[in-house]
Write a new protein. Sequence first.
Lengths: 257, 176
Amino acid sequence: MDCQKFQEYLYAFLDGELEENLWAEMEKHLSSCPMCFLELEKERKFGHVLKTHLIKEKAPFTLRETVVEQLDRSKRKFSWKYVFVRQIAPSFALLVIVVTTLFNLRPHGDNTFPIFSEAVENHLEYLRGIYPLEFQTSDIKEALSWFRGKTDFAVTPPHINLNKVHLVGGRLVHLKDKKSAYFLFEKDGYKISAFYTDLHDVSLPKASVKSGVKSLGMRLVKTEKGYHTIYCFHPEDGTACILVSDMPLEELEKLIV
Amino acid sequence: MFTIFKNEEPKESFEEHLLEHFDSLYNFAYRLTRKREEAEDLVQEASLRGFKSYHKARIINFKAWMFTIVRNLYISNYRKNSREPAKVNYEEVENFISLPEFTGFEEELFSETLQQSLDQLPEELRTTLMLFYVEELPYKEIAEITKCPIGTVMSRLFMARQCMKKKMIQLAKKEY
């Protein structure tokens, strides 16, 4: 290293910022060059003067007090914003997520439209003989005349091809606490229950994967406990016919009119 | 480059950090503005700005971070009203550097003389010199605060030293 090179790195050397690989060369040059050594000492002295004599102004106490007060005021303002942004907003968002999730995960069908499960339960109870038939006839006209005056709505033949099924009988039942007509049919050893009821003030169930309710043209179908329920709604008078059976759904669908 | 923003510190301690470095911040502001009143305003404004950003910023070096805020505010709000040029007059500095080297100046030069010399330096040189000698910050942190490469810090420091030598001689000859 020559003097020119030494001068180039002089300040980095003095300031402790010189790359490691140059340190040894600088020191080696210093030990052999009195002029550069003097130059270095002069600069070191100058740096020392600067360090020791440059006055570090002390902040006025009043400024310190003012800033602390301003920060306190800002903290109060900021805390509301901070609490809202960092705590309330996320908590609220979390709450919305939880509520939405619970809403979506809630049991569908039975809670929102229990008529399906209620029909199935009734179907089973009649099969078990818990509620015996109040009339037995294979004549649909006779059956309809039996219901006349017993319900708040006019009972019409259920949505089933009467030529392909055998009417066993029927009785009055309660679905959704409403007097309803119940028909029991038979087909190939399968029992088919037909509930005829007035649901004009009951909201319609909606077809969805979660609820397990499928749309079949103008009808809705749900299968639970191995029983198929087909819901046929009459929008013109608010009545509905609900068919329940454990016969294969495809076969049951063929019987619907 | 801006490692001063990388890591997080405890979020509750802005005031503690600020008060710990308050004198340094004020001194820095004062050296920038060279007016006590403006320095106080600058520190107040920087403190509030720092407080508002503190919860969002990722800070590893609070002091350097606050110095950056002070300097940015000074540049955007104060320097335009200042009498000094925004940029270093490098030709002028070159003249200082090319003057014959002085010898034998003494440590007894009074601090006021030094301060006067410092105050007469262009802002970029003044800031660099002060951050190095008064705040004893390494080149890297000075580069972060002043938003320039380390090489620029080195050249500014070099020019500032030469200017200080020259101005100190002038002042010394004039007053003593």
